[in-house]
Design a protein around this ligand. Structure first.
Ligand code: BJW
Ligand code: ZN
Length: 291
């Protein structure tokens, strides 16, 4: 290779690396600020569990049969077709219960532990319902949108923990995401999961679109948002409210927000740090934990 060709190649390579790191922040600068923060919030979304094999909601992964996942996660869909929605949730429970936390979950759990030892506050506010933060060892976790491990009675409103898999005999081997019979479920309603108190139909304990979040949960989350002096945003498209306003609210108060996502660009120009890449890699590096 002559000098001219080598020069051109080097120039191109530099241009490519610069483009890749256009929004890549400096890890050391981030760590310096993080380690001084006293009230840290990590706001997480489906992307934090993507490397555990759990499908995200938006984009190519967000489909089940010919339905968008977000269209099945509605009270209207459940009212219209509870058996179909239960098949979808049986599929989701099955994946979540058989998945294991990844390095992003473990990094957050280890950093929480470090904060505890240093007398600093570290809380996770998650939009996820898969329970993987708890299984990684995190203690201070707020599950904004409910949990796949719980059910709620449609009649007496009793909330119960239920990790049976399948949750009822009729759902055994159901929920195939690419089944041909896409719009119907053959399961009769009286064979769907029932309330342990009153015997009525139960639903997944999940906050669907258009539903209010649990008032106590949202109050706790809001008070953490008000006092946070640092926010880490991991693997969320930041389009679903009220969670979507948490990080911008903190940034508006002039506090640093750091985002971790595989997207090319940050969700907001007001975020101080952006780390582009799979959070199972970027997050442990940024938090400086040994896995
Ligand atoms: C990686 C990665 C890797 C991938 N590493 N990154 C104000 C304005 C406008 C609308 C509203 C508003 N207030 C309320 C609304 C209505 C509605 C809403 O927000 N709609 C918007 C879509 C416009 N909100 C509600 O209805 C909420 N209720 C409420 O606010 O009540 C009061 C009220 C009601 C009505 C009107 C006004 C007020 C309830 C929201 C409930 C959300 N529920 C769901 C489904 C249930 C969960 C389930 O079944 O599992 O929760 S929707 C779905 O979206 C799910 C998620 O928790 C949520 C957020 O998604 P998330 O986590 O961000 O996932 P994705 O897939 O979108 O993104 C993944 C990201 O990861 C991507 O960015 C990837 O790039 C990234 N990624 N791999 C790092 N390895
Ligand atoms: Zn009941």
């Amino acid at each position: 290779m002559n000098r001219l060709t080598r020069g051109i190649l080097l120039k191109n390579l530099r241009a490519i690396t610069q483009e890749m790191s256009r929004f890549q922040s400096d890890y050391a600068s981030f760590k310096k600020i993080l380690d001084k923060a006293q009230n840290i919030i990590a706001l997480t979304g489906a992307g934090v569990s993507a490397e555990s094999g759990i499908p995200v909601f938006r984009g190519a992964g967000g489909w089940w049969r010919n339905h968008r996942a977000t269209e099945l996660a509605t009270p209207e869909a459940f009212q219209r077709n509870p058996a179909l929605v239960w098949e979808f949730y049986h599929y989701r429970r099955n994946i979540a219960f058989n998945s294991i936390p990844n390095n992003a979950h473990y990094a957050l759990a280890l950093y929480e532990e470090r904060c505890k030892q240093e007398g600093r506050q570290f809380h996770i506010i998650t939009q996820n319902v898969d329970g993987l933060h708890f299984r990684a060892g995190s203690k201070e976790v707020i599950e904004l949108h409910g949990s796949l491990t719980k059910v709620k009675c449609t009649k007496c409103k009793f909330i119960d923990v239920n990790i049976d898999n399948p949750i009822c005999e009729a759902l055994k081997d159901k929920g195939d995401p690419i089944a041909k019979d896409t719009n119907e479920s053959q399961i009769p309603i009286d064979e769907l999961p029932k309330c342990s108190k009153c015997g009525s139909l139960v639903r997944p304990y999940i906050v669907w679109f258009g539903e209010m979040l649990d008032p106590e949960t949202i109050e706790k989350a809001m008070s953490l948002v008000e006092t946070a002096d640092m926010c880490i945003v991991v693997g969320t498209s930041s389009v679903v409210y009220p969670a979507a306003m948490f990080a911008p609210t903190i940034a508006e108060r002039g506090k640093p927000v750091a985002e971790f996502n595989i997207n090319e660009e940050p969700a907001s120009d007001d975020f101080k740090f952006y780390f582009n890449g799979k959070c199972g890699i970027t997050l442990p590096k940024a938090l400086g934990v040994n896995l």
